[in-house]
Design a protein. Structure first.
Ligand SMILES: Nc1ccn([C@@H]2O[C@H](COP(=O)(O)O)[C@@H](O)[C@H]2O)c(=O)n1
Length: 296
């Protein structure tokens, strides 16, 4: 197997149980593309965490960086990030402790955004040149999924409207891609007036998945899951009759501090890896020879 997927030997890769990873991948390969679906987080998972030493924006930050937002609002949004992001990634706090803070962060940020009277028609232009970058290797990732008709469910606590613009800008909003996220609602003049539906934040994806099982594809029982937070681990909870689940986690920030928690939770951990090399290699392996029996 390792010969077939040499990317698993990259220095950025950590695995708790290499044998188990190999077994899961082999099972998935045996059943092929027709049994597979991919469920992925978006910000800092499909998008880059950093580029040339600079942090890349999340979907919330993209809006922040545009001229659709006043300077006063930008300052307030920055203060929110400075206060709440350290809580989000604090390995000394439990998820239960973090949740009230996350709800507060998202609600305060969404209130600020709605006060800005953002027009839907301005979003595409605003996203262009915002610095949002999908990870290196994204073209191959989206192409292989599209060519093999493998559904990709993007499950994001970001801003869905912005997320869509980012993947449209990159030319990969393909018919097999479905998005489940926080979307804005617009009034009759096309001005954002509220956020629709239940709020999704980084640590309620399990509840979101269980309450929205219709968002998932049910006849594909093998799932490749990609995330960057411990809150992403349960994104496949909405899939019925799940058979094989391989969870790949990007560990982007505070690596030393969070390594243990990530390695004990994700099957494969990618440390400070700005590429999709490993997911791509696994996808290529699974989809290459449906029904064939690959060598070791
Ligand atoms: N006001 C906010 C709120 C959240 N964030 C970040 O966005 C990420 C959520 O999106 P996923 O696609 O990863 O689910 C989250 O991890 C927060 O750090 C933000 O930048 N601004």
């Amino acid at each position: 197997m390792l010969k077939m997927i040499p990317e698993l030997n990259k220095a950025t890769v950590r695995m708790r149980d290499r044998g188990q990873v190999e077994t899961i991948i082999r099972n998935m390969q045996r059943e092929g593309a027709s049994a597979l679906q991919v469920i992925s987080d978006f910000d800092m998972t499909l998008t880059r965490f950093a580029h040339k030493g600079k942090r890349c924006p999340t979907t919330h930050n993209i809006l922040h960086n545009t001229n659709l937002i006043s300077e006063e609002c930008k300052a307030k949004m920055s203060n929110l990030v400075a206060h709440y992001y350290p809580i989000e990634i604090d390995s000394s706090k439990s998820v239960e402790e973090k949740i009230p803070h996350m709800v507060e962060w998202w609600m305060r940020a969404h209130d600020l955004l709605i006060q800005q009277k953002i027009k839907k028609v301005q979003l595409a232009q605003a996203v262009k040149g915002s610095g949002a970058k999908l990870r290196e290797g994204y073209k191959s990732f989206f192409k292989v999924l599209k060519q093999n008709s493998v559904p990709l469910l993007i499950f994001s606590a970001g801003v869905g409207d912005i997320l869509e613009e980012v993947i449209i800008e990159h030319g990969v909003f393909d018919p097999n891609v479905r998005i489940f996220s926080n979307y804005m609602d617009y009034d009759e003049n096309g001005v954002a007036c509220t956020f629709k539906g239940e709020l999704i934040h980084s640590f309620n994806k399990k509840e979101g998945a269980l309450q929205n099982t219709h968002q998932f594809v049910h006849d594909r029982t093998n799932v490749l899951l990609l995330g960057d937070s411990l809150g992403d681990l349960d994104m496949a909870e909405g899939v019925q009759d799940l058979k094989n689940l391989l969870r790949i986690g990007y560990l982007n920030d505070k690596v030393e501090e969070r390594r243990e928690a990530y390695v004990s939770s994700y099957d494969i951990v990618l440390e400070e890896d700005e590429t999709l090399d490993v997911p791509n290699a696994i996808l290529n392996y699974i989809t290459a020879g449906e029904g064939t029996s690959p060598g070791q």
